[in-house]
Unconditional design. Structure first.
Length: 323
């Protein structure tokens, strides 16, 4: 989208390292000259501990009134009755496409994950002796995620549809729908079983361009892809709906390193860059990504990448390398 007025961005730092990396992303956006109004929203575990509520109706309304959101990470409380804030946001805002690009010096591929159904349907029965989760696959959601993946794949080499249709018959519907969309749109497509995809991501990740898959497989494969790239802390994502989008690093709140000043801010900075692209400012997005790559080349690295820099040093290096 592009708009004459400054975009309104809901800024949701969340818990743990969330606020640390979101601050870095905001600092880089500011230094790059991004023009937007930020609307702070406090939701998550910290808020739940204080008030007993992690996300209220008013928060949802505040978020809906914005154009998009920049999100850090949220800690999942140890309470079986707690409903994931992020899952709720994805459902309420119908953010159906989770787009996760993976870049390194040698690799460049994107995972497009269906974000609203599959094993994350929320339809569960948990008893003492038996528990069930319903895996929902619909033609409508399979087609719309395939459409989004084809949009991203056009001009690139190949779309890989990842599934487990040999065992999960629900995936036959997903595969059939995705293949039909790719054929109609003229995007070269192949399909691959998820276990083979997990193996290939490690031994031959160069073979992938755009992967499209169902919710749980996409969740797992994207953390694996982050490992292949070098660190969870490097990777960004967009959760896209029809008229709203939420941008977040793919990592969680990392309580083991929170407050130490060593969280890798690159995933959050890259998420902010994806946000600028979505807001219709691709030049600024590209400038941010270039500065990130140069900072990494110059050795501005946090400990997860084997470096010795802190969050603020890496952020300062990125800012200095903005052109
Ligand atoms: P995590 O992603 O927070 O951490 C996994 C490992 O990666 C940890 O060793 C952590 O130190 C490291 N790591 C993560 N991000 C990093 C960064 N930016 N820089 C350097 N190292 C980084 O996953 P974990 O430990 O399984 O979950 C912690 C909490 O976060 C849980 O409560 C979980 O439910 C929540 N979570 C939230 C997500 C979200 O809000 N989007 C996503 C994943 C988990
Ligand atoms: Mg995950």
């Amino acid at each position: 989208m592009s708009c004459a007025r400054a975009a309104k961005v809901a800024v949701i730092p969340g818990d743990g390292i969330g606020p640390e990396v979101v601050k870095s992303a905001l600092d880089v956006l500011k230094a790059a000259g991004a023009d937007f109004e930020s609307v702070p929203v406090e939701i998550g575990y910290g808020r739940w501990k204080r008030t007993g509520q992690a996300l209220s109706e008013e928060d949802l309304q505040t978020i809906r009134e914005c154009d998009c959101a920049l999100f850090g990470a949220i800690t999942t409380p140890p309470d079986p009755n707690y409903r994931s804030v992020l899952l709720r946001l994805r459902h309420e805002l119908d953010l159906y496409a989770n787009i996760r690009p993976f870049h390194s010096a040698a690799l460049d591929f994107i995972i497009v994950r269906e974000n609203t159904e599959g094993l994350y349907s929320g339809q569960e029965e948990v008893g003492e002796e038996e528990a069930r989760t319903v895996r929902v696959i619909t033609r409508r959601c399979s087609e719309r995620i395939a459409e989004k993946a084809c949009e991203i794949a056009s001009g690139r080499r190949r779309l890989t549809i990842v599934h487990k249709s040999n065992v999960l018959h629900s995936d036959r519907l997903f595969l059939k729908a995705a293949l039909a969309v790719a054929k109609r749109r003229g995007v070269p497509a192949e399909d691959m079983l998820v276990d083979a995809a997990a193996y290939n991501l490690v031994v031959n990740p160069q073979r992938f361009d755009v992967i499209v898959t169902t919710n749980l497989f996409g969740d797992i494969l994207s953390d694996e892809a982050a490992g292949v790239i070098g660190s969870l802390g490097l990777c960004a994502s967009a959760n896209i709906g029809l008229d709203f989008a939420l941008f977040e690093p793919i990592h969680g709140s990392a309580p083991d390193i929170a407050g130490k000043g060593i969280a890798n801010p690159i995933g959050a900075i890259r998420s902010a860059s994806m946000m600028m692209e979505w807001l219709g400012v691709p030049g600024l997005a590209h400038q941010m990504e270039k500065a990130v790559q140069k900072a990494l080349e110059k050795g501005a690295r946090t400990p997860d990448l084997g470096g010795e820099c802190g969050t603020q040093e890496v952020t300062a290096a990125v800012i200095e390398l903005l052109e």
